[in-house]
Ligand binder design. Sequence first.
Ligand code: C2E
Ligand code: MG
Ligand code: MG
Ligand code: MG
Length: 298
Amino acid sequence: NAKQRGKACFVRYADGMKEPVLAHMQLGGELRRALENDEFRVVYQPIMRLDGTRMIGVEALIRWHHPARGEVGPAEFIPAAESTGLIVPLGRFVLRETCRQAAAWLAEFGPDALEEAGLNVSARQLHDPDFVADVAGALADSGLPCERLVLEVTESAVLRGQQVSRALFELDRMGIRLALDDFGTGESSLSLLRAFPAAIIKLDKSFVDGIEIDDGRPADARQAVARAVSQLARALGLDTVAEGVESAEQAAVLRDLGYTVGQGFHLAEPMTADGVSSLLARQRSATPAGSRAPLNRP
Ligand code: C2E
Ligand code: MG
Ligand code: MG
Ligand code: MG
């Protein structure tokens, strides 16, 4: 019965767990039902050149359309999905949906439309022995070229030992690009860059918040960190994305600090797939063939 199952899961996941386990188990039951009822949707946030001239990619973000509560954001259910293991089928849904949608955009708008489609991957998924095969299957079924897929992982997820490390190196060998998400918020960002085959660094929003404020101090810490990260990325041959860009002033400062690409409400908010299609259509008519800006970051 449910109580016994709950206990078994408690034993299995209690190790190192700080969240209220029983609440998670309850929410886990709801999430399982929601998955069966097809209540999850994927929205896409454009990743843009900081000068606003074009979209270079998207990040897929999950939403739960709860029949009574309306739209629920991932912060409210991802932790429970992780601790109950439901993140595995949920993540598989996001993976397959994103690959399918990105391949459809490339088919409709051409190979220059979209350099990359990214999605978030939890540590729990990287631990799943079937994960690499799931990714290969999603790419094969959708026809999305592997180099267009970006898997975003956080530093804490990467620091989870052998199995995770094996999976990441295998994905890298397959030609899939890995992004270090929320970069700078973990405890060993720098040593990770040596040990992990990252292609992209996503500078965390906390370094972008307030970056435009000149408080008269000679070395504002946020600007110093942001500049150091962009220089480090360049030295290592990695691409960068500045996260949480909320104003034109922030975008301008980030460009001065060496960033060319960003993501944030100032550039574009998360939107439905149809919203992205309209953006791609507008972008296509704004840049006649032959006069396109280079797709790759300079
Ligand atoms: P993240 O991967 O760092 O995604 C960026 C989050 O920042 C998104 O929140 C996005 O809506 C928000 N954001 C973007 N630009 C701005 C801005 O200018 N200002 C502010 N204040 N926020 C901005 P969201 O969609 O609520 O997702 C939150 C987190 O949930 C994500 O952070 C990611 O860690 C996780 N997540 C989302 N979808 C998935 C998923 O499919 N699987 C997994 N495992 N985690 C997911
Ligand atoms: Mg992310
Ligand atoms: Mg992020
Ligand atoms: Mg973040």
